[in-house]
Design a protein around this ligand. Sequence first.
Ligand SMILES: [Zn+2]
Length: 273
Amino acid sequence: MDLDSRTYFKLNHVSYGDENFEKYGRIVDAIWPLTKRRDHETPEMWCSRIRDPFRKILEENPRILSKNGYIIMYGKLYENDKVHNGYPTDYIYCSVCDSLVFIPGTGYNPRIYHDSHLKRCISGNTISNDHARRKEILQSIDRREFQIWQYKQYILKEEVKINRLRLELFSQSTSHSEKDKLASVSYDHDANFIASYENYAQSKATVAKNTMPSAPNFEPACISPTRQRSASAPEIRNLWNDRSNMPNISSRTTLGDLAEAYFDSVRTNAGRK
Ligand SMILES: [Zn+2]
């Protein structure tokens, strides 16, 4: 068997009483410690330390394993004063191409990407390996941009609420409806609007369209959820752009900083086009 995710599963979940129970157990016990990155070890250092013992395990069990396989580098996860050892990183060592390979996790099932890397190495297709590598990295970037976009949708909602609260605090003389208008508060909500990937993709396409011609006055149109008609896009944009001019409105939360950083990068990218 090639040592891919299916084989790992088989080795780890062999039932007591199976004729291979002990053999599988020994293999797992030998591989597991190798997965752990030691403190202060770089991925390259981890790779050169585990390379030989890992290959040895593959070679010493010819009845069970072929010489083709990969091993994932695991890091530590600190949580509530506890250290968990099993936190998979973006690195694997592949015995076929005999190298440390960077495979970005996409949040779903990174093992699919590990397996397809191994498969391509076994078939000797380095060109498709290169192609797939680019595609996986772009997918991973897209996935993260989607997450940032989702955060922004929530930030915008909270900013509208904060603006309304500030107005309530500082301008007693203004009428309620006037304050609602100033803060872009709406009472018509689109229940269908969810910060879904589909909506993200649509707004991304809108940004691309808007920034195609050289746009010195680039506006981050991406922050307007395309299907959220309750507050119009320009209103949201102005709210976002003017938030630093508003009295006491500088909700520089961590997420706010994140979004800011994202806008800067979008602006930089737009400037480059
Ligand atoms: Zn490989």
